[in-house]
Design a binder for this molecule. Structure first.
Ligand code: 4AZ
Length: 830
């Protein structure tokens, strides 16, 4: 490794300060000597009368005064120098950057693998010099401190890949200087490219550099220190030099505290496949323990493939883009044993795509897969398949699992995009299968997997379908592509997975002669006798096969009774429906949000205000001791997903005056959150500390609805928050606002907004006026259960067209769709 310039710099600076002090002291001594000399001369030449005068000057008092003045000057001088060279330096922040670029047309020497080799030292000194010159000639010259070459590696594109660190020193007064784009732009702009030869290789002070390969990211100081420490026993280079051979990776950590790096390097022309078979960690918050896999040899943020922060016992594997991969393992010293098991191997680069001639029949017959499936694919890949069906009457059907295609809009696609016979689609992940039909006998499919992280493996079943009749007679054709029996249309159950079978239905008809479990949920087991023969309220607590309208007891048996949860009556045989019911009650008995009024103190004890970097940003709801529920979109941007930047204000009435404030330990954003259409807009937050029980009059959890919650349009609920009172306001109210809104029929909501998924619910007034607005996001839509009087979190403020506009109700995340997800992630949720 090249020398660590920072340490050198600071040492030289220290030397400077010490020697400057001694210089000044010796200067003073010289002056004194000169004075004495002059004094001696004078002594010899002046008459005796003057000697007597001098004797009087050198009295003891004068000597003491002179000595004090001298000491004072020396102390002053020392302090000034100390301040200039040591104390003032502490006002500067060091900022660390990690980056890489490819030097083209240069042969990689095997000696570069050895950091102590002459070849490595000489090459890295040259490269360091070039990087330093780039920044010293730039507007950041005063801030730039040094660069340090971390690795020189061979790679599948040829030339040498340079992994490097950079350190900038920024005065604290300049605030958070971390303009990653600026630092990156300085580097890229220094590369002289020529339009003539049309390659991405240009010249950086004479060095042939591939401009497309340049990546520079802000890095963690702790990563820089761990990776560059001279005596580090925690940076390991591991080589996979026999293709196909499994090299074991058993990292057992009992006492190590800090970050260790494992660099996995494969033979040229190969990529690394890393398989993690088990992870034992203590914490689950990514702060104390984490395993991060990078598609680079340095911890470069934009090259993260995957993060593992909690124990895992199933196998998962990743493939690198190039012939290397980095594992960063962070661990804090705790009691429990931590272990990571797995192996890595060098595998050949995999091509995907091909020509497929389908058989002369309808039905699915084969599967196409993303590259390296079932491993996660590298973030970037391109596959091309060409399909030909045997007849003009047969089109191509594609079944996607937990994935769907949507026509591409003007924005780009973040989860892969598809070009199918000249049409462009964005792909996105969701929790059910979809079928996509291409009404042509010749189908050209191009798949570009431009993921931010490693691409989830995709398997797509293909087969022919009859272009003139997608679903057989007697079947309803869902918008998800599924075919369901016609009888299931408008039965109150979402059989299509996108509710397309339940939209545009007339008011449900009673079917009093059918058994209760086949009746419409609008009537069945809702506590109201709708049928004269009482058939709609019969056998409601008997175990029946589970479905989307049944309540699941803890013993996994299902009952039909609606709102069985916490209604004060034991309905499940195991009594689980009445367990954990310390939720949804408020001490406050009385009875801006747009069109809202001031709430009473303690009226909404589950309401939370989330502050980001000191500013109120979103709302949230308390759902159990130490856990909150909010909207995923509050945490979407890179910066916003950092839990350390957030604080939760609980038991608060007037903004900023909370009874309890906690840091956030962990943010779990739903894995299918879709920033384009706000689908799966939900996030769980774990608090760092929990409030004392003495605050229970102002802090209470709200109940989570059961998965089978049936939503009745027109039902009145309350939305609360410190968001804007008008769309045009430029500041938020200080007192918590509340507004009563009505749940809106899903078909009407669909007609208004178009894309409303089953994970959304609309609420507001069609006349407008009462609505959530900017700043209310993530906050609760609270609905009171008629029987028990308990409050349930029916919705989470998500989005809307403006605020309080007529015919545009607010859109909320439908919490009942996430009950199993919440239960999986939050221990003992109420
Ligand atoms: C927001 O920006 C927001 N009218 C939240 C809700 C609504 C609009 C905007 C619904 O946080």
């Amino acid at each position: 490794m090249a020398s660590n310039e920072t340490e050198k710099t600071s040492k030289t600076e220290d030397n400077i300060s010490v020697s400057s002090i001694s210089l000044n002291i010796s200067a003073i001594e010289k002056k004194l000597a000169r004075i004495n000399h002059r004094r001696k001369d004078k002594k010899n030449s002046k008459p005796k009368r003057k000697d007597a005068k001098e004797t009087t000057f050198w009295t003891l008092t004068n000597k003491i005064i002179l000595f004090t003045v001298l000491v004072f000057i020396i102390v002053l001088l020392t302090w000034t120098l100390l301040w200039i060279f040591i104390l003032r330096r502490e006002d500067n922040d060091f900022l660390y950057f990690a980056g890489l670029f490819r030097v083209a047309n240069t042969e990689f020497l095997s000696e570069y693998r050895e950091k102590g080799s002459e070849e490595f030292v000489s090459m890295s000194q040259n490269l360091q010099h070039v990087v330093s010159k780039v920044y010293k000639m730039s507007t950041f010259s005063k801030l730039y401190q040094q660069s340090l070459i971390s690795d020189l590696s061979n790679n599948n594109n040829g030339g040498i890949l340079v992994h490097f660190w950079m350190v900038f020193s920024v005065p604290e007064a300049k605030g958070q200087f971390a303009c990653e784009d600026c630092v990156s732009a300085i580097f890229k702009n220094s590369i002289q490219t020529s339009l003539v030869n049309r390659t991405s290789v240009g010249y950086l002070l004479g060095l042939p550099v591939d401009i497309d390969s340049v990546v520079i990211n802000v890095a963690l100081r702790s990563d820089y220190i761990s990776a560059t420490r001279m005596d580090s026993k925690c940076v390991h280079d591991m080589y996979a030099d026999h293709p196909g051979h499994h090299f074991p990776l058993n990292l057992s950590v009992t006492s190590v505290s800090g970050t260790c790096f494992f660099k996995l390097i494969a033979l040229m022309g190969h990529v690394i496949r890393l398989s993690i078979t088990a992870v034992q960690t203590e914490a689950e918050d990514c702060i104390s323990d984490s395993l991060i896999i990078y598609d680079a040899l340095m911890p470069i943020r934009s090259k993260i493939l995957y993060k593992i922060c909690k124990p895992m016992d199933s196998s998962i594997s990743f493939v690198s883009t190039d012939n290397f991969l980095l594992i960063s393992y962070k661990s804090t010293k705790t009691m429990g044993a931590k272990k990571i098991s797995g192996y890595f191997e060098a595998v050949s680069q995999e091509e995907c795509g091909g020509t497929i001639l389908t058989k002369n029949r309808t039905g699915f017959e084969g599967t196409i897969r993303s590259p390296y499936s079932p491993s996660f694919s590298p973030p970037k890949c391109t596959c091309t398949w060409y399909f030909k069906t045997p007849s003009e009457k047969l089109g191509l059907a594609l079944t996607f699992y937990n994935y769907a295609l949507k026509e591409k809009g003007i924005e780009g696609c973040s989860l892969g995009w598809w070009k199918i016979n000249e049409n462009m689609y964005c792909g996105y992940f969701l929790d059910h299968k979809t079928i996509f039909y291409v009404a042509s006998s010749q189908v050209n499919i191009k798949f570009y997997c431009n993921f931010q992280l490693a691409g989830k493996p995709l398997a797509v079943d293909y087969g022919n379908y009859n272009i003139s009749q997608v679903c057989p007679d007697g079947y309803f054709s869902c918008l998800t592509g599924l075919c369901i029996p016609q009888s299931q249309q408008c039965d109150g159950r979402d059989d299509c997975y996108d509710e397309s079978d339940e939209l545009f239905c007339s008011f449900p008809k009673k079917n009093c002669n059918a058994p209760t479990h086949l009746q419409h949920p609008h009537f069945a087991c809702n506590g109201i006798k709708d049928c004269e023969n009482g058939s709609d309220e019969m056998n409601c607590t008997q175990s029946i096969p589970c479905s989307s309208i049944t309540y699941v007891c803890q013993n996994n048996l299902c009952i039909l009774k609606q709102n069985a949860k916490c209604d004060g009556i034991q309905d499940c045989l195991d009594g689980s429906d009445e367990l954990n019911c310390g939720c949804g009650s408020k001490m406050y008995v009385a009875n801006r949000i747009v069109g809202g009024t001031d709430a009473g103190e303690g009226e909404w004890p589950w309401q939370v205000s989330l502050h980001f970097g000191g500013t109120a940003y979103c709302g949230a709801s308390v759902i159990s001791k130490g856990w909150l529920l909010s909207a995923a979109h509050c945490f979407h941007a890179d910066r916003m997903s950092d839990p350390t930047q957030w604080k939760a204000y609980l038991g608060m009435h007037s903004q900023g005056h909370a009874r309890f404030i906690s840091d956030i330990k962990r943010i779990i954003v739903h894995e299918y959150y879709n920033a384009q259409n706000f689908d799966y807009d939900i996030a769980i937050l774990q608090l760092k500390s929990t409030w004392p029980d003495t605050m229970s009059s102002v802090i209470q959890p709200i109940c989570i609805p059961s998965q089978s919650q049936y939503i009745r349009s027109g039902e009145k609920c309350w939305v609360t928050g410190w968001g804007r009172r008008q769309e045009t306001d430029d500041k938020e109210p200080s007192i918590l606002q509340e507004a009563e809104v009505e749940l809106v029929n899903q078909t009407i909501c669909h007609l208004t907004y178009g894309l409303i998924t089953p994970r959304m619910i609309c609420a507001g007034l069609m006349s407008g006026k009462k609505d959530a607005c900017k700043g209310d996001s993530g906050g609760p839509l609270s609905c009171q259960e008629r029987g028990s009087g308990k409050w349930f979190l029916t919705g989470i403020v998500s989005f809307g067209y403006g605020c309080g506009k007529p015919n545009f109700p607010g859109v909320y995340t439908r919490v009942s769709k996430f009950t199993p997800w919440i239960q999986k992630n939050v221990p003992s949720v109420v």
